[in-house]
Write a protein that binds this ligand. Structure first.
Ligand SMILES: Nc1nc2c(ncn2[C@@H]2O[C@H](COP(=O)(O)OP(=O)(O)OP(=O)(O)O)[C@@H](O)[C@H]2O)c(=O)[nH]1
Ligand SMILES: [Mg+2]
Length: 599
């Protein structure tokens, strides 16, 4: 009896998994049998199977397959699928981060080598140590495929490879590997801080009035054993040298700090870049440091076998703040649950998430409206005669009243529509007074604009303050030979020069031409229109009529602009009633947008 109960328990719970060949009803057993049939072979458990079948077939209870549903999913009924009213699980999602701080370190230089020629019959050959390799550079490139900064945010610190040390036989060290930072188009780069070891060295040199000057014995700072020790950390002695050899060594004047020729291509400090176009070639952010010099550089008339070389320089360190402001032609602004994502789905092929609750969308989504499929004549062309083949729409999380007080998801996501050429305010006709909803949205947009202005002012003040104490950095200074005795360092630029530089614009990625300063037009001066959604629901006509009348009055100047600003845009104000879920009324939107984009 107990055996039977045991076998019964076994067959009802574990059998399908542990002993599939015992359970003729399980899918795995069926598959095994099929495999055996196909192979035409005899399975090792044939006897088992037959025994089990004959002894247990009748008594075995029917297995409740419903409990294994997740292992044996039912085929999806494709006819149920609807792009505009999708299942809650039918959406795509990507990790998204729109701001991060990055620390970059250009590669340090490799050390110079101390080596001498040794051949048959040449015991004490001349020095032949190679120079150290240059450190790797750091480049940046805005590319179309990237949509978020999350990968960079996760890494935090990026270091280019150090140059290899020089080798004997006059072989120079290999240069370090470069680092390429790829960012989405629309990224703004600001410099937070910079540490330039070469600049420090140059200042040191000025302080000591001449590079390589050793402290004199009568110098108040110099004790008896501190003389001739200045910057000894920059030297390398021959392999196997003891510390006492080091203190006894007589070093020549240290060569002047050298910069790689590539530093001429670095943008001026402080960095402020607006990467609003895809870049065909990467742009240099930080050039690698130069390698140390091998011992042949220090041959003199009296010392023809120098037993020292110099170490490589340390790489430049930069701390940058990256901010992504997505670039789209149209920005959708609306209260939560207004139907923005459904509208985006109706106009584009986007698979953004839709749900009947507030804050379904938690990060921005961009969709592309294709105007010309190249199937025949161009469907729409811009006023300039240039053919516009598509435009992009950005859908952002919903704004609620008092979002500027950090309610809901706050106002941060408005940065992704602040560079849009046209704004589309999405209001839900079934959710109360549409005019009030529109005014509430404009209030939040106005608050965002105030915040942005305050931020810009504080940023320019901060940069100006930090400039005052900042070391002068002259990447465009002509390259000079490092071993150039008596050369004076470059003069330090004045505060006025730095101020001027601040007001100036930033360098373009490729051509080195200047870009306009990072200031954006007021949001209220952009063309805008209203999309009144859920017009298919009953009792929404009157609400829409009120909205239409209100917009007409705003256009004529009889009503104040909802932003409260006098110079706000009010040329042609449209309210488009649509049912995004049924894809009704949305067909007029592309034409309207193209008209506004070209106006
Ligand atoms: N009847 C009707 N329902 C709609 C229409 N458009 C959207 N909905 C429904 O409204 C709900 C919210 O739609 P979403 O597109 O997710 O709204 P949203 O504005 O993106 O919401 P958040 O992302 O939370 O800000 C969903 O249940 C949609 O099915 C419409 O035109 N008619
Ligand atoms: Mg949404």
């Amino acid at each position: 009896m107990s055996t039977f109960a045991g076998s019964r328990l076994l067959s009802s719970t574990l059998t399908p998994f542990l002993y599939p060949c015992l359970d003729s009803t399980s899918a795995s057993s069926r598959q095994a049998a099929r495999r055996i049939r196909l192979r035409g072979g005899t399975p090792s458990c044939t006897r088992w199977q037959s025994t089990a079948t004959t002894t247990q077939e009748d008594e075995r209870p029917a297995v409740d397959v419903s409990q294994y549903d997740h292992l044996n999913p039912q085929p999806v009924d494709v006819s149920q699928y609807d792009h505009l009213n999708p299942q809650p699980v039918d959406y795509t999602t990507n990790p998204f981060t729109d701001s991060c701080t990055l620390t970059l370190q250009a590669g340090s230089g490799g050390h110079g080598c101390i080596s001498f020629l040794r051949e048959k019959y040449i015991e004490n050959g001349p020095p032949n140590g190679g120079d150290g390799g240059t450190g790797g550079n750091i480049y940046i490139q805005a590319v179309r495929g990237e949509t978020s900064l999350h990968k960079l945010a996760r890494r935090g610190i990026l270091k280019a490879e150090r140059g290899r040390n020089g080798e004997g036989g006059g072989r120079g060290g290999r240069r370090g590997e470069d680092v390429l930072i790829q960012v989405p188009v629309g990224t703004i780069v600001r410099e937070v801080s910079r540490y330039d070891p070469l600049e420090e060295e140059t200042l040191d040199m000025r302080k000591n009035k001449g590079y390589g000057r050793d402290l004199k014995d009568d110098d108040p700072d110099a004790g008896p054993d501190q003389s001739r020790k200045w910057r000894r950390d920059k030297w390398l002695l021959y392999p196997g040298a003891l510390p006492r050899n080091f203190s006894a060594a007589d070093f020549p004047a240290l060569p002047r700090p050298r910069r790689s020729n590539l530093t001429a291509l670095q943008p001026e400090a402080p960095l402020r870049l607006d990467l609003d176009k895809p870049m065909s070639t990467p742009m240099l952010l930080a050039a690698g440091a130069m390698g140390g010099l091998g011992n042949p550089h220090f041959v003199t008339k009296s010392i023809w076998r120098p037993k020292y070389a110099t170490k490589g320089d340390e790489g430049l360190q930069l701390q940058l703040q990256l901010e992504l402001k997505l670039l789209a032609d149209v920005g959708l602004v609306g209260l939560p649950n207004a139907g923005k994502s459904t509208l985006l789905r109706a106009l584009t092929n986007s698979r953004t998430r839709i749900g009947d609750w507030a804050f379904t969308t938690l990060s921005p989504n961009i969709g592309t409206v294709v105007l010309d499929t190249f199937a025949g004549r161009p469907t729409l062309s811009s006023a300039s005669g240039e053919r516009r083949t598509n435009f992009t729409i950005a859908d952002i999380p919903g704004l609620i009243e008092d979002a500027h007080l950090d309610r809901g998801l706050g106002l941060g996501f408005l940065r992704h529509i602040e560079r849009a050429a046209v704004l589309a305010f999405v209001v839900d006709l079934s959710a109360g007074d549409a005019v009030q909803a529109l005014k509430a949205l404009w209030t939040e947009v106005g608050e965002y604009e105030k915040l942005r202005e305050a931020e810009q002012n504080s940023e320019s003040e901060r940069t100006a303050d930090s400039e005052e104490g900042m070391m002068a950095y002259r990447p465009n200074a002509p390259f000079k030979s490092s071993i150039y005795p008596g050369a004076e360092p470059e003069p330090v630029s004045t505060h006025e020069e730095n101020q001027q530089r601040l007001q100036d614009t930033v360098l373009d990625a490729q051509a080195g031409r200047t870009l306009p300063a990072l200031s954006l037009p007021a949001i209220s001066t952009k063309p805008w229109f209203v999309v009144a959604t859920k017009a298919d629901l009953p009792e929404t006509q009157q609400n829409f009529e009120q909205l239409r009348v209100y917009l007409e009055k705003v256009q004529k100047g009889e009503e104040e602009h909802p932003s409260g600003k006098r110079n706000a845009w009010r040329k042609r104000l449209h309210a488009v009633p649509v049912s995004a879920m049924r894809k009704e009324g949305v067909e007029s939107i592309p034409g309207l947008v193209v008209g506004l984009l070209d106006s």
